[in-house]
Design a protein around this ligand. Sequence first.
Ligand SMILES: *Cc1c(COP(=O)(O)O)cnc(C)c1O
Length: 458
Amino acid sequence: MKLPYAEPFRIKMVEEIRQSTKEEREEWLKKANFNLFNLKSSQVFIDLLTDSGTGAMSDQQWGAMMTGDESYAGSRSFDKLHETVQNITGYQYLLPTHQGRAAENVLFSVLVKDGDIVPGNSHFDTTKGHIEIRKAHAVDCTIDEAFDIENPHPFKGNIDLQKLENVYKRYPKEKIPFCLITITCNSSGGQPVSLENMKAVKELSDRYGIPIYFDSARFAENAYFIKMREKGQENRTIKEIAKEAFSYGVGMTMSSKKDGLVNIGGFIALNDAEIFKKASNFTIIFEGFITYGGMAGRDMAALAVGLNEATEFEYLESRISQVEYLGNKLIEFGIPVQKPIGGHAVFIDALGFLPDVPREEYPAQTLANEIYKEAGIRTVEIGTLLADRDPETRENRYPKLELVRLAIPRRTYTNNHMDYIAVAIKNVYDRRDEIKKGYNIVWESEILRHFTVELEKA
Ligand SMILES: *Cc1c(COP(=O)(O)O)cnc(C)c1O
């Protein structure tokens, strides 16, 4: 018999989490203006809000924390991180930042101007925010298969070359500072991009003189999918695959809170000396001196170790298999989820789950709130609230999919937790016919409203 996978770690420290009653949760949710971001963590039993910065560090990482060098300039921990990033990405220059969006802020301050067009595969919300705040536009060129949740396409993060070429033909080169490939594609469901697609995007972009940057928060999970799904890649290491992927671009932004396996941090890595110099100035203004950029020396030390751990096959196998385990349980219960299951999260199709809740009453937010009330599980809406209003017309933008994301923190929960989650969601599914009303907005901010929006029952 083939042995099943098992976690390549054992647990050395535990953190207590507590159950609550349904009555308590109803009260807390009301006080939170029906926005799960406003809950206290003590009001949550299993927290699937995000996989960002919520993972567990290893003993090796904690050990590295103790030897972090806190020098303002020229820290040893920076050198260690720099060497690690060079080894993994092949990019020469490194600018640490306090997290991924800060890397976007610094890099886009150099590259993105008023009226620019930034094509890519479903830009992440903060990425889009940093493009739109500069009065530029993000154009989504993801393949159509990504928006059909039943389509089992192995690389639903891929860019549609025709859509991309249309952008290149429509706008002059000076208006397109770069094409952004997000690996894995968070906004389309943690879906991977194939090496073949990256290569084709590079060839096409080269013809039009457009450089490629990566939004690489989950580059290691992307490499794992390439190894498992792409022909000819099965015998390569994760590190080899990741390096080839990065070779198709000229630079990257990183949220280290994902595949860096740390609780805070980010960075920019790139090859162009000129852009590096300009970005260094913005790093100093926004983040801190260029050898720490908003990170403590100890955090850079832990990140250097984390990047190496996150690019090991055994770790990735247990991580992604756990997400798949939860997804398959939900599929067994007949719950509509995006297929194939993504790398960091399971996405529930709220329109299929709650067909009676009108689109204007935010069905995905409604479902997320029901799951919380049912069992104290916090998830997040990836739907109309997240999509914000059109910056010009101020109308709601209705995305093709209305999803609830169950993001799984790295090395944090066991499969018993996955079983608990699956049963809780089944219980909501069994009473779905009683859920016909959603929520109305009482207050919202102009951009990235989902973090702070206040709602009332419709
Ligand atoms: C999380 C994330 C970011 C932003 O990073 P933060 O560390 O949260 O600021 C950008 N892009 C993608 C794809 C992400 O998943």
